[in-house]
Design a protein around this ligand. Structure first.
Ligand SMILES: Cc1cc2nc3c(=O)[nH]c(=O)nc-3n(C[C@H](O)[C@H](O)[C@H](O)COP(=O)(O)O)c2cc1C
Length: 287
């Protein structure tokens, strides 16, 4: 099941998604990380961020709404304290970064020197107030990715917003700007209410919806993206079992992201790997 994904060698197509596996420490204590293809670290920013006020997560039918607000220790601490740890993990690790164009280019340059396997650009976090990290237009997306591309040679994945109506324009912009691969997509903007208290359930008021509830929407985004690009796609959104993972491949993804499932069934990868193996044998015997 080995594959070369955007220049990164993976032992299989399963990748732990940003923010749902931390830096691999806690999850690595309960599952065997050497059975997975790769891990994308929680997004970092140039300077540390405290994140949004609690509560930061709330459950909905078949889904989770989160408003973490990119809490992270900042680039310096990440490079000094996290990178040495994650480089010892038994799988390729990518850093995930957010910020404006200049910050992203600077962070990318410093991270390239650490020897991590790749970079994911979080161009789509719904939980940061002001929308400064949310270049929704294809033109802005292009400028941001291009700035990073010009600063590093290491593999870059552009993590796109879940824009159901403009996904093809965003994909073309990312490809044209030199992204090596795409992560499609981030969580869907959402709000959830605490009805007895008659107010929003999350401290950050709005958040991002993830989990099985968004699977058909993520499949749609990947399917539409595949119509306009040959770039490797990491399908992100709603995968929780064998059939949902194979659906992601059928929609056109090359790799399958595991996110919210890490919270409710961290060993789901076992069943998913078996299902993917069976699918590959039947439909891609050449692999
Ligand atoms: C608690 C939580 C934190 C997340 N943090 C990040 C993050 O820091 N950066 C990022 O790009 N995506 C983040 N995400 C989004 C996931 O990486 C993933 O794209 C999304 O949850 C959809 O996949 P899923 O339905 O399998 O969870 C987060 C998701 C959750 C649930």
């Amino acid at each position: 099941m080995e594959l070369n994904f955007a220049g990164i060698k993976l032992r299989n197509p399963l990748i732990l998604l940003s923010g749902t596996a931390g830096y691999g420490k806690e999850l690595g204590e309960i599952i065997d990380l050497s059975r997975l293809g790769g891990l994308i670290c929680k997004t970092i920013t140039l300077l540390p961020r405290e994140g949004n006020p609690p509560p930061r997560t709330a459950e909905t039918a078949s889904g989770l709404v989160n408003s973490i607000g990119l809490e992270n220790p900042g680039l310096k601490v990440f490079i000094e304290e996290v990178v040495p740890y994650v480089k010892k993990l038994p799988l390729p690790v990518l850093a995930s970064i957010a910020g404006d164009k200049k910050e992203l280019a600077r962070m990318a340059k410093e991270l390239e020197e650490t020897g991590l396997a790749g970079l994911e650009l979080n161009l789509s976090c719904p939980n940061v107030s002001g929308g400064a990290f949310n270049p929704v237009s294809p033109a802005d997306l292009h400028k941001t990715i291009k700035a990073v591309r010009q600063s590093v040679k290491m593999p870059i994945l552009a993590k796109l917003p879940p824009d159901l109506f403009r996904i093809q324009s965003l994909v073309k912009a990312a490809e044209d700007a030199g992204s090596d691969g795409l992560t499609i997509a981030n969580t869907f903007p959402a709000i959830i209410f605490d009805v007895p208290k008659k107010k929003p359930a999350l401290g950050g008021v709005t958040g991002g919806l993830s989990g099985p509830a968004i699977l058909p929407l993520s499949l749609y985004l990947v399917f539409k993206a595949r119509q306009v690009t040959q770039l490797p796609i990491l399908g992100s959104g709603g995968v929780f079992d064998g059939p949902s993972a194979v659906s992601m491949l059928l929609a056109g993804a090359n790799a399958v992201g595991l996110g919210t499932v890490n919270f409710f069934q961290p060993d789901a990868y076992r069943e998913i790997l078996l299902a993917i193996k069976k699918y590959m044998r039947c439909c891609h015997p050449e692999r």
